[in-house]
Design a protein around this ligand. Sequence first.
Ligand code: PDD
Length: 277
Amino acid sequence: PIILTQTKFMHHDHLKYPFEERGLQFGDGIYEVIRIYQGEYYLFEEHVDRLYRSAEAIKLTLPFSKEELKDLLLELINRNKMKKDGKLYLQATRGSAPRDHIFPKDVLPNIYGYIQELPRNVNHLNNGVKAITERDTRWENCYIKSLNLLPNVLAKQEASENGCYEAILHKDGKVTECSSSNVYLVKNGKIFTHPATNNILHGCVRMAVERFAKDLNIDFIEDAFSLEEIANADELFLSSSTSEILPIIQVDKTIISDGKPGKVTRMLQAAYEQDAK
Ligand code: PDD
């Protein structure tokens, strides 16, 4: 496989990092995951825009314009002759320098991007997944797609050890999002989700869900729901670039509605499929 490093392409075996690398030592960097369908990026502009917002938030200057980055990423697809469903992982760190919390001077960011095949999980999409609930112990800048994912990793591991797909995170009694996805509750035909504040990642699929809801004439209400409301939800679903729109059929011991994916979720999944074509 060919990967992108800085603004060049190379075989992945040739990528080497010094041990003093700020992404490795401080998590001092940002990333994006972009879905690929049949060799084409989905929600491309949204992801590139968010990467620049994350970079700005951590005072990192990227060595290319948005247009140049998009050209590089398109070339990455071509060089790998990627024609299938997959994903791009792209990260940018503050670079390699002797370990010091203070930003190094005159050091270029370390950037790499690679693509991998990722088939759609038809079983999850059709049948839904289970989730646990966990306290959201993350910081107050969750809108930055930062490399510091330890709370997310721990929450998702807990979910996995309990036979579940995701961990629904809650802060002060309100549901924020999941460990690596956004989450929504449907009640009386309306969609409820945490507002796009600093406490959640502003998901690119979340933006698409809002757009689909508008097209379908379904109310999309940015008002966080509580843990208690989950028990009486008509439907629950999550969204992310890798998972798409997935029904959640059980939360902890509570079966959602009749334990089957709901009508609104199905409509949004259909809209997604149409949009991603
Ligand atoms: N995660 N919230 C969190 C905490 C996330 O990590 C993600 C994505 C999302 C959904 O964002 P989007 O719709 O833009 O994919 C929400 C990616 C897929 C990951 O870390 O692998």
